[in-house]
Design a protein around this ligand. Structure first.
Ligand code: GLA
Length: 370
């Protein structure tokens, strides 16, 4: 049995596909995959449905897997099997999947599923991560990204898979997506008397996929017009000049990406200096930029962030792709309950369904369980 965690991103949103910086940590919630090899080349997957009962996907032949050939949730593990086949790890398998990463909450349950599946299928082929000769965790993350981009058909970046595979307990992962360089930065909110409150708004807006694609395409067009490989290459000092060279509709996208990369770097500096309590303003500024410039927030995320801040959070922001999903707030431990209550009250006042609330500490990345 192998498992992989969901994630929250502390800061650095919509920067990954612009070759920029991200700072996620792994959640204490995981998706587990129990696996056994089959000799007939078939992939048979069972998961636990929302009603607690087993749901079986139609078994497929690993050798015959092709993009678009599998739909629904089974496309995620099947895509991983498809990539691994291309990498020379062909094996039929029975997979049974269960977990406690909230689904549809923007906490990367699908990436946790894909990463756990990758480890399980590699494990059946006799390959365990971190052993001599095994692929690197970053290498597996790249395979998982390929399965999502090319098999499932969603053009996401590297943030979520890398977080699930490469995060370690007690740290946030500072990843430079361009160079692949990683630093585990200690993140001990408890010692600072703080908690990270996660607010699952339970909102999921239908334009999430198209909105993501449009934003990404806009960034690529802006990079082309500016004649740089990616928006990562726009220096903060040259931002105004760069904006002046762009059509109006692309300017806010570029402003977000350039300022967000800067906020990640400043957050990392504060954390390295043990000044965790001072990152709140950066988190809140990130939210404003995602809301007003990148325009990927929504009513529920804004209500969560505004209510948390008004109730005494040091900072708060949406986390993940946006258009619904979850927000995070950095809150003084002794005010956790009152802030949570005020967030619930703000949702109730607007007749919005009650959000899910929990606190999260940086937890271990993917691995073999038994
Ligand atoms: C989603 C994608 C990531 C990243 C975030 C936004 O979670 O899967 O690759 O782009 O959105 O930061």
């Amino acid at each position: 049995m192998w498992s992989a965690p969901g994630r929250v991103n502390l800061i650095g949103e919509h920067t990954d596909y612009n070759d920029g910086f991200v700072l996620p940590f792994a959640l204490p919630f995981r998706i587990a995959v129990a696996a056994r090899a089959r000799t007939d080349g078939q992939l048979a997957i069972t998961t636990v449905g929302d009603d607690g009962r087993p749901q079986r996907a139609e078994p497929v032949s690993v050798g015959a897997l092709e993009p678009d050939g599998v739909t629904g949730w089974a496309a995620y593990p099947s895509g991983v099997s498809w990539v691994l086949r291309h990498e020379g790890f062909t094996s039929g398998a029975d997979l049974v999947i269960a977990g406690d990463v909230p689904a549809g909450a923007g906490l990367s349950s699908s990436h946790a599923l894909q990463c756990a599946t990758a480890l399980a299928l590699l494990g059946l082929a006799g390959v365990e991560l971190d052993q001599p000769g095994a692929p690197t965790r970053a290498g597996v993350a790249a395979w998982v990204q390929r399965s999502e981009n090319d098999f499932v058909g969603v053009p996401t970046g590297l943030l979520d898979q890398t977080a699930s595979l490469c995060c370690v307990e007690s740290c946030v992962l500072f990843l430079d997506v361009r160079s692949g360089e990683m630093e585990q930065v200690p993140f001990d909110a408890a010692t600072a008397g703080l908690d990270v409150l996660v607010i699952d708004t339970r909102a999921r807006h239908s334009h999430a996929d198209s909105g993501y694609r449009e934003r990404r395409a806009g960034c690529e067009r802006a990079a082309d017009l500016l004649d740089v490989p990616a928006l990562r290459d726009v220096e903060p000092a040259g931002l105004d000049d760069a904006l002046a060279r762009l059509p109006e509709e692309l300017r806010p996208l570029v402003r977000h990406v350039v300022t967000e990369n800067e906020r990640v770097l400043r957050t990392v500096e504060l954390l390295r200096a043990g000044r965790l309590a001072e990152i709140g303003e950066l988190l809140s500024a990130s939210h404003v930029s995602l809301r007003d410039d990148y325009r990927v927030s929504c009513l529920e995320l804004d209500v969560a962030v505004d209510a948390a801040r008004a109730a005494g959070a040091l900072g708060a922001r949406m986390t993940g792709g946006g258009f619904g999903g979850s927000a995070i707030a950095l809150v003084p431990h002794e005010e956790l309950d009152t802030i949570g209550d005020k967030v619930l009250a703000a949702f109730a006042e607007r007749s919005l369904p009650a959000p899910g609330l929990f606190t999260a500490v940086p937890s271990p990345g993917a691995g073999r369980d038994i």
